[in-house]
Design a protein around this ligand. Structure first.
Ligand SMILES: [Zn+2]
Ligand SMILES: [Zn+2]
Length: 348
């Protein structure tokens, strides 16, 4: 495919789409029904439908019987860890293999012209982004994901959470399933904004941001505290009346759904003239500029809080202006402090 029909490449080899990013037309006012209809398929394909099906498949083939789950034990916890680890390896690995190892589409549609393996960086374990990202994914990522899964399933099995059946509450549960990505967006925005506060950024979130040029393995490369906050989205289903399958959908949405933001390519080519949209650009811009796009624009939270970057020149100017205003504010506060404390400043 000719990626220059869809975007442009700068001198450094970085590709950017021609069209600015748009916000999902769900919570936008005035409500645009036509845009909403056009957007609906994107809500399901290619990603959400995969994660929803994965939850049903887990329930059918992976999750132990309710009786087994009534007792916490290493046996079924380790089984779930093994399945989660194997599926992560296959799912994340498939994107990594296709795009970064075999480089099947070279750098077509690639936001950052460079591949992470081309540069060594001492911020990473073994100076390798890939090694570091893979180890963090399997050591703490899949472990904490599985621990939360075990706790929630155990709570359901023991009647500690309101478990509704699909037979009795089909409409409510269908609506709840449709809301899973919205719950995720809300939760992710809140915890993500939280870990961008200076102290938590320094000690926790900077681990994820070491990957300025993310690849699929960067998706779950986080500090254990971020893993805990990130996967705790499943706990909502212990409070709101739900069903373990929908709780699993919520968890798998977080686990496997971390991929879309970190693919690094705008379109993933399948065959000579077919491709699917990765929906990765908003989060790619977050990795590039840090303080924009805390969410993925399903709920326009970034727009409401003034941190939305749509990839356009105007978006860039808005961001620069915001940074300039913040710098000016800090300088002003420092000047005020110095004026109030002239002797101390002079002594320093
Ligand atoms: Zn990220
Ligand atoms: Zn961040």
């Amino acid at each position: 495919m000719d990626d220059l029909q869809y975007g442009k490449r700068n001198k450094r080899g970085d590709w950017a789409p021609n069209e600015p990013l748009t916000l999902a037309p769900v919570f936008q006012l005035p409500f645009d029904f036509k845009a909403f209809l056009k957007w609906i398929p994107h809500y399901f394909f290619p990603w959400n439908i995969i994660f929803a099906i994965s939850a049903v498949a887990y329930w059918a083939w992976i999750i132990p019987s309710v009786e087994t789950m009534q007792t916490l034990s290493f046996g079924w916890a380790f089984w779930l860890y093994a399945v989660n680890a194997v599926l992560t390896f296959l799912f994340f690995g498939a994107f990594e293999l296709h795009l970064y190892v075999l480089k099947r589409q070279e750098n077509r549609f690639k936001y950052n012209g460079k591949f992470p393996s081309e540069s060594k960086n001492s911020v990473f374990w073994f100076q390798s982004q890939n090694f570091d990202n893979i180890l963090r994914t399997f050591l703490s990522g899949v472990t904490i994901w599985t621990a939360i899964e075990v706790i929630v399933l155990w709570a359901f099995a023991n009647g500690y959470a309101p478990w509704l059946s699909f037979a009795d509450h089909p409409v409510y549960l269908a609506a709840l399933a449709l809301a899973v990505p919205i719950i995720h967006e809300f939760h992710f925005f809140c915890i993500h904004r939280l870990i961008h506060t200076p102290f938590l950024y320094k000690w926790v979130h900077s681990v994820h941001h070491n990957s300025i040029n993310p690849s699929p393995w960067s998706s779950l490369s986080m500090h254990p505290i971020e893993h805990l906050l990130y996967f705790s989205t499943m706990f909502y289903h212990l409070i709101i009346p739900s069903n373990p399958i929908i709780a699993l959908y919520q968890l798998n949405y977080a686990a496997f759904g971390a991929i879309p933001g970190h693919v690094g390519f705008d379109k993933v080519e399948v065959g000579d003239d077919k491709s699917f949209d990765s929906h990765a650009y908003a989060h790619y811009l977050h990795h590039k500029y840090f303080e924009v796009n805390y969410g993925d624009a399903l709920i326009p939270l970034d727009k409401w809080f003034g941190t939305w970057h749509d990839g356009s020149k105007e978006g860039d100017a808005r961001m620069q202006e915001r940074f300039r205003q913040r710098k000016a504010k800090i300088a002003e506060a420092q000047a005020r402090k110095a004026a109030a404390n002239p002797t101390k400043e002079a002594a320093q």
